[in-house]
Design a protein around this ligand. Sequence first.
Ligand code: HEC
Ligand code: HEC
Length: 401
Amino acid sequence: MKKMLVGFCLLLSMPTIGTAALSPVEELGKKLFFDAKLSTPGGQSCAACHAPEVGWTGPSSSINAAGAVYPGAVHTKFGNRKPPSAAYGGGSPPFHYDSGSRSFSGGMFWDGRATGEGTQMLMLALFGTVDGAPLADQAMGPFLNTLEQHNPNMKKVCLDVRKGYAPQWNAAFPTMPIDCGDGLGTTYQLIAVAIAAYEKSSEVNPYTSKYDYYLRNQAQLTAAETRGLQLFEGKAKCSACHPAPAFTDFTYDNLGLPKNPQNPFYGMPPSINPQRDAWVDPGLGGYLQTLPESYFTGLQLEKAATVAANLGKHKVPTLRNLDLRPSPSFTKTYGHNGTFKSLEQIVTFYNQRNAMIAQGQIVPEVPANINETELGNLGLTAQEEADLVAFLRTLNDGYKP
Ligand code: HEC
Ligand code: HEC
């Protein structure tokens, strides 16, 4: 009896497995997420860079194998980072500074700049919580980003949505009609709220990996996977930053990743990338640099020192669906700039980074602020590296127990 109760409590704290029917708001969000007409020129939906069959990240093997950065709706224009998964990260809290640990966490994007501030009042009014506000803030970006969907303004997006989805809209937001005039600002936020609701839905976050079934005693891990899980939570320290169930703690770190020399951003004209080959991704520090002095004085911090202390730091991404790919020969890519092309490579990097730097095999993109305490010299054997990879492969959705 006692045993059953413990098991029951464990189950309660675990996310539900499988997909439920979408709510009207989620349904609207799904339509908008996959609509390739919502770009200028048409042809690019969110899914062009966040496709379900590859774990909601970039769906082109050849792009992943090289620069890892996806072209925008205007195909000659590129941003500067790899698309992270649009799934499982939606629980990121609003961007904030924690004076206890003296570090930043929360927000969306590799550098946290979708803070949640844009939509939090609306989220509070609609749902009574600011949960998911960073995700909704994020969704306001791509439609207007010249390097992504490239629409001229909010009004164009609003008119397209009104033309295509009036019935779905009325079902989703019965008391808030689409208003592309005076109410444009709120309508545009609601578009983002719907997309975020879909990204947080059970269809996008089904928790159907082998690992999830294993937790419910509905699947057995192999010996290698079991050893990998033990390493993940122990000697290899992975769960310190990638805790279950989302496999991210929404904090920021500089692991010392090298540049990806094939990043097409280096070749963009000075109007997009004035620094050309010398460009270094500043990560969180770059976002903090854009904030006013008053933001830092409010936190009793000094701006220049805080920016410097966060250069090169990127948000901890989810590890779910890392290995989800349409075929074994399809290349996936890892890290903010997609410098690693296999799970073996990135695990070796975690294990042996310090030696690789000492021997000149890799040069960190940002040599400052590198995390020296939790990675770099883990002392794993080749077998242990392989075991860790075996465990990471149990995190793909769609496992059939
Ligand atoms: C041209 C490719 C492209 C398109 C189109 C695109 N994205 Fe992204 N997305 C990216 C890249 C690149 C990043 C990371 C950018 C950064 O961190 O600076 C990103 C980041 C994100 C994130 C943040 C994930 C995290 O963990 O921080 C979410 C969520 C997301 N996109 C959803 C969307 C939605 C919703 C749309 C459509 C409205 C969309 N994306 C359209 C490339 C794209
Ligand atoms: C100190 C915190 C920390 C620890 C410990 C840590 N990670 Fe990470 N992980 C990160 C951060 C931050 C990133 C993104 C870094 C970047 O792109 O510059 C990342 C990225 C990754 C990625 C790439 C994911 C993607 O979508 O691009 C993988 C895979 C990964 N980690 C696996 C692991 C494994 C396996 C371990 C244990 C050996 C581990 N991590 C330990 C913080 C950590």
